[in-house]
Design a protein around this ligand. Structure first.
Ligand SMILES: Cc1cc2nc3c(=O)[nH]c(=O)nc-3n(C[C@H](O)[C@H](O)[C@H](O)COP(=O)(O)OP(=O)(O)OC[C@H]3O[C@@H](n4cnc5c(N)ncnc54)[C@H](O)[C@@H]3O)c2cc1C
Length: 370
């Protein structure tokens, strides 16, 4: 492994142990966004690994290894850095020279927090139902519509808003870079979520929001090309979050099973418990290797990247769900209470089966390639 890999991963591991683990539970309880930590991780160069021109040989793999370690400490932090990276992809890969000059560095370094506004009340898995409209008058677009479940809403300064500029279907959608403080942009109160509460998710209402034509990202009516350019990264980043979370649950459940005694022996001596842990270790390692395989395909421009990224997303997130659920089982009553983090991790794992394309949508994509 290159020296740069080791340095970055060691830096993140130290940060997770010293600064992240001690505060994560309290931030989740108070629903406090960790802006300072997100910025620090961005300054370490994570978003730039996949949105810039990194000098390391396998930047996607390094990015996912780093996200995995962050998620092992705190999912909301890992997920926020992942989201920031996805929200930067549009400008990095499709932005004009002026847009890149004006926004890219601040986004990569987390000085400007950004979000992606794709989902709407009638457009979840089916983005062809996007109904937010953008009408051109002179050289200004006027945006009207409702966006739902926008990650970073309320803390983001910039929003990538996908709106309809022509016809129906997936064609006719355009991506706009909108300042969150533009008149007419109204961020709704944060959703009351099952988990990952420190990272705000909210609806965004757009009413006569004026956006200059110079803020179109990519080509007019080709916004889905912009969105598709980060779908693979979205799957890989969530798979990395899931592997890290599952690893945290296995480590915690194993330590507990060694120390908790019933019937005069540690519960890890019962096969009913130890086989849950053994299966978890198998599934996590398999998920991790599938993720790294998919990352290498991304880093080498391989033709199987979409298939592998979907497979890794499904397998890693289903693994995280199983492993965190079984971790609660291993901890018994304590696992079901807030005295231990495993109930929170179980709630957090559920998110990964839903976002960045639900696992059913991933399976449909895999099946269509078979
Ligand atoms: C915490 C959180 C953060 C989010 N962040 C963002 C964000 O930053 N930006 C953003 O734009 N969106 C975001 N989302 C929205 C997310 O992308 C959507 O939830 C997701 O795309 C699924 O859409 P939906 O929830 O409307 O489910 P639906 O599409 O209504 O699906 C409901 C169920 O039907 C299944 N289903 C639907 N179609 C099919 C099919 N063809 N075959 C089989 N099963 C199918 C789904 O798998 C699911 O189980 C976020 C969601 C959450 C919960």
């Amino acid at each position: 492994m290159a020296e740069a890999y080791e340095r970055l991963l060691a830096e993140i591991e130290t940060m997770v142990a010293d600064e992240v683990r001690p505060i994560s539970a309290e931030h989740e309880r108070t629903e406090t966004y960790p802006l300072g930590l997100v910025r620090r991780v961005c300054e370490m160069g994570l978003p730039a690994l996949v949105t810039g021109r990194p000098a390391v040989p396998h930047p996607t793999e390094l990015f996912c290894m780093a996200i995995e370690r962050l998620a092992e400490g705190w999912v909301a932090l890992a997920e926020s850095v992942h989201l920031q990276t996805l929200a930067t992809c549009g400008v990095a890969r499709h932005g004009t020279a002026d847009q890149r000059e004006q926004f890219l560095e601040d986004m990569q370094l987390g000085r400007t927090i950004a979000g992606n506004c794709l989902s709407e009340p009638d457009a979840g898995s089916d983005l062809s139902r996007i109904a937010t409209v953008a009408e051109l008058t002179g050289d200004t677009y006027r945006l009207n519509g409702v966006k739902t479940y926008v990650g970073h809403a309320g803390v983001a300064g910039l929003l990538n808003v996908y709106a309809r500029t022509s016809g129906g279907g997936l064609g006719g959608i355009t991506c706009f870079l909108v300042d969150a403080d533009t008149p007419g942009v109204a961020v709704q109160p944060p959703e009351e979520k099952m988990g990952v509460r420190a990272l705000p998710t909210a609806g965004v209402v757009l009413r006569d929001v004026e956006v200059p034509a110079s803020r179109v990202v990519g080509r007019l009516n080709r916004g889905m090309i912009v969105a598709r350019s980060f779908f693979v990264q979205g799957r890989l980043g969530i798979a990395a979050c899931a592997v890290g979370l599952a690893q945290a649950a296995l480590t915690h459940a194993t330590a507990y099973a060694r120390k908790r005694s019933q019937f005069d022996r540690p519960i890890i001596d019962f096969q009913g418990v130890s086989f849950l842990l053994a299966d978890a270790s198998v599934q996590i390692e398999a998920a991790r290797q599938l993720l790294y395989r998919a990352c290498r395909e991304a880093d080498t421009g391989g033709s199987q990247v979409e298939m592998l990224a979907a497979q890794a997303k499904v397998f890693a997130t289903d693994t995280a769900m199983t492993v965190t659920t079984n971790a609660v089982q291993v901890l018994g009553a304590r696992g079901y209470t807030g005295a231990e983090p495993v109930e929170r991790w179980m709630r957090e794992a559920k998110l990964f089966q839903i976002i960045e394309g639900t696992n059913q949508i991933q399976r449909a994509a895999i099946a269509s390639r078979l």
